[in-house]
Design a protein around this ligand. Structure first.
Ligand SMILES: [Fe+2]
Length: 319
């Protein structure tokens, strides 16, 4: 079968993935303005620019406004399935984006505890009592109040983590590429995917402003890319609903995610991710859509004691 290319556009960059072409509509594509472009547009709004800089910012603004979201019939059909079932499998460029992220995460997990603690951050908008940015460890005994907790290491990425690390003089030379390139690229792809499906949800279930809520500044502070490394002894997680609006289960080193009452095992395939609703979606719609219950079971073959790693994205809204 002839090899051909198809494109994934992430934040204006063109990532080309080599693969066997399938007859798929051109969809799932949003061009998002970069951080620099957003800053320029904000400066334009505040009247802080003049002359050539103002003209450039105006051009950027027009281009951004013209970049409307294209929703194909395939995306709309998946959004309908999401509403009906609470979850749906979506195309996602895992092969291009995930391996360098997981490779760096595995290296990080093996760092001494003392080094990793330096990456435990608290960013703007975080209201939970425990820090939820950068690195944290849950030891399985921290919370006896019935709240979800398992033995695992967690890394939460938000772009503001980078200036936080710089401000706190955290030395991360050997993770520069990982932190500045690979992880943000995956974060941006997830953010764009969540936006696409929020817009599609507005089309199939109007009246809730999913897209606008997801894109609000207060919501932007809360989106997280989560990297997990489960405890080597258990590699499992208790059943729960996510507190997010939308969750994207991106990739995993071992199967183990079980969904719904039937506890159906979801096996992540290359080029695909699982999108499902969290509690915020159910609350916003007064139960019209349902959050998806899930758990993680240890499915490692006998004798395999390697740590189960996974990558997940949480898209939030403020209620
Ligand atoms: Fe979860």
């Amino acid at each position: 079968m002839p090899k051909t290319t198809y494109d994934w556009r992430v934040r204006g960059q063109r990532l080309t993935q080599i693969g066997v072409r399938k007859p798929q509509p051109k969809d799932d594509v949003i061009l998002l303005p970069s951080y620099k472009e957003r800053v320029l547009m904000e400066m334009l709004k505040l009247g802080l620019l003049a002359g050539e800089a103002m003209a450039d910012a105006q051009t950027i603004k027009e281009r951004t406004v013209a970049t409307t979201i294209t929703l194909s019939a395939a995306v709309l059909a998946r959004a309908q399935e999401l509403v009906a079932c609470g979850k749906v499998v979506i195309p996602f460029p895992t092969q291009a984006l995930v391996p360098p992220v997981i490779e760096g995460w595995r290296r990080f997990v093996d760092e001494p505890e003392k080094y990793k603690i330096g990456w435990t951050a608290r960013l703007k908008g975080e209201i939970r009592r425990r820090p939820s940015s950068g690195w944290t460890r849950r030891d399985g005994t921290q919370r006896d109040d019935g709240v979800y907790d398992d033995k695992k290491q967690i890394f939460h990425f938000h772009p503001l983590l980078i200036p936080w690390l710089a401000k706190h003089a955290v030395e991360y030379t050997k993770y520069t590429h990982w932190l500045h390139l690979h992880v943000p690229r995956l974060y941006d792809a997830c953010r764009a995917t969540a936006r696409t499906y929020a817009a599609a949800l507005d089309a199939v279930l109007p009246g809730y402003s999913f897209y606008d809520r997801l894109c609000e500044e207060d919501s932007e502070c809360l989106h997280r890319l989560r990297l997990l490394a489960y405890d080597e002894e258990t590699a499992a997680g208790k059943g729960h609903f996510d507190i997010s609006f939308l969750t994207i289960h991106i990739a995993e080193s071992h199967p183990g995610l079980r969904m719904g009452d039937e506890r159906t095992l979801f096996v992540a395939r290359p080029g695909e991710a699982l999108l499902f609703f969290g509690e915020k979606a159910e609350r916003l719609t007064s139960g019209k859509v349902k959050a998806s219950w899930h758990e993680v079971t240890d499915e490692r073959p006998a004798g395999d004691t390697s740590s189960r790693c996974s990558a997940i994205y949480f898209g939030h809204i403020v209620l």
